[in-house]
Design a protein around this ligand. Structure first.
Ligand code: NAD
Ligand code: MG
Length: 391
């Protein structure tokens, strides 16, 4: 058992947030973890339930119109409540041993950066923090002596492998990808897919945004950029490999030709448990891998013709500066437009590519203001592209 840790969970009502509370409950609960803040977007009922269950100090909801509901649901407790973007940042500014960053999308950057500046170690599920402002996040983390423990399963796998082995001898990183629900689809079939089909992931149960990103493979594109930020490997030594069963969560290749991998069932509670317990290992309530019944595991090269997101992300990574941030912002707008049935599935990548062509890229982001400006400019350009279908 580790010492009792203070923890804040941003995005507690989401898929990662709920899994985090599940790991906490099954591993010592309040004896092991002192949950200070739970924070979510708009689900006041669930947020209040979570705050009561862990006896949090504070519950913060992003949607200000839901504050009365949250207050009513927490009446009679001494749990503080607050709402809005500024309240999220304020709550993240209270130092804890570990801040779980699990808000979806670029919105997760602001509380994550606030938590780093407060000196809290970070369990990072919100990959967008690294994609939009990786340089800033890393330099602030270094300045504050803050550790970033990756929760994204691929990066968590690589982190686990690297922890035990010599960084200097790393030759390559192999990021595995399930290929999503349309792995075998022809371009013709992909043209007609619906939002319902696109958010039904074959292996992982996740939030809507990341499920759609897995279908376009923008998720793997974001993860490529996230891996470049997190690990000491040149970006042309980060490979993507399609592995439909999602059992090998990623691999590291060394100078002597050895490849080390981390394996497990596709359940985020394993990487979450790793981050919550680090540097110890804690038990996680997940199904154990049964190799005999698994029988086989497959691999294939990714197809950048059917999944242009992979090429777009690699180009954004090579361009550097604010291009990854612009790519993510444009992708968020295009994804929303697809979910609203304003554009087709294949047009998501076209919108993003169109935005990146028109975007005036700057040098590596030095400040949060520059990131915010790039993010909103790319959103504006993507909105225009969606409206005029000029893609
Ligand atoms: P989700 O949609 O299930 O949950 C998102 C959470 O963020 C919810 O609590 C929601 O209320 C909150 N939220 C959304 N917008 C907000 C805003 N503007 N301000 C404050 N809170 C807001 O998403 P998820 O699947 O849990 O993913 C969360 C993050 O973790 C994403 O960055 C995702 O890429 C990453 N991630 C998820 C998984 C997974 O298996 N779900 C795996 C790897 C990485
Ligand atoms: Mg992942």
């Amino acid at each position: 058992m580790v010492d009792r840790r203070s923890v804040s969970i941003f995005g507690s009502t989401g898929s990662i947030g709920r899994s985090t509370l599940d790991v906490i409950a099954s591993h010592g609960g309040r004896d092991a973890y002192d949950v200070r803040v739970v924070a979510g977007g708009a689900n006041a009922t669930l947020l209040a339930e979570q705050a009561r269950a862990v006896d949090a100090d504070m519950a913060v909801i992003q949607d200000e119109s839901k504050l009365p509901d949250l207050r009513a649901a927490l009446a009679g407790t001494d749990i503080d409540t607050a709402a809005g973007d500024a309240a999220l940042v304020d709550a993240a500014s209270q130092r804890v041993d570990l801040c779980v960053s699990a808000i979806a999308g670029a919105a997760g950057l602001y509380p994550t950066l606030a938590a780093i500046r407060a000196g809290s170690h970070i369990a990072l599920a919100n990959k967008e923090s690294m994609v939009c402002a990786g340089d800033l996040v890393r330099s602030e983390a270094a300045r504050m002596g803050v550790r970033i423990l990756p929760v994204d399963s691929e990066h968590n796998a690589i982190f686990q492998v690297l922890e035990a082995h010599h960084a200097a001898a790393i030759e390559r990183i192999i990021l595995t990808a399930s290929g999503g629900p349309f792995r075998d689809y022809t371009l013709e079939q992909m043209r007609a897919v619906t939002p319902e089909e696109a958010i039904a992931h074959p292996n992982w149960s996740m939030g809507v945004a990341i499920s759609l990103d897995s279908a376009t493979m923008f998720n793997k594109g974001l993860e490529l950029i996230e891996a470049d930020q997190l690990f000491p490997v040149a970006h042309d030594h980060i490979e993507i490999l399609v592995h439909p069963q999602s059992i090998i969560h990623s691999m590291v290749g060394y100078a002597d030709g050895s490849i080390l991998a981390q394996l497990g069932t596709p359940d985020m509670r394993t990487p979450i448990a790793y981050a919550l317990g680090w540097p110890a290992r804690v038990t996680a309530p997940v199904e154990r891998l049964d190799f005999a019944s698994l029988a086989r595991i497959d691999f294939e090269a990714p197809d950048e013709t059917r999944f242009p997101a992979l090429r777009i992300a690699r180009e954004a990574l090579q361009a550097g500066g604010l291009a990854p941030c612009a790519m993510n912002a444009a992708k968020e707008i295009a994804a929303e437009a697809f979910l609203n049935r304003d554009i087709t599935f294949l047009e998501i990548a076209s919108v993003v590519e169109h935005v990146l062509e028109g975007f005036a890229n700057g040098a590596a982001a030095a400040s949060l203001d520059e990131v915010v400006a790039a993010d909103s400019e790319a959103r504006r350009l993507a909105g225009l592209a969606v409206q005029t279908r000029a893609v």
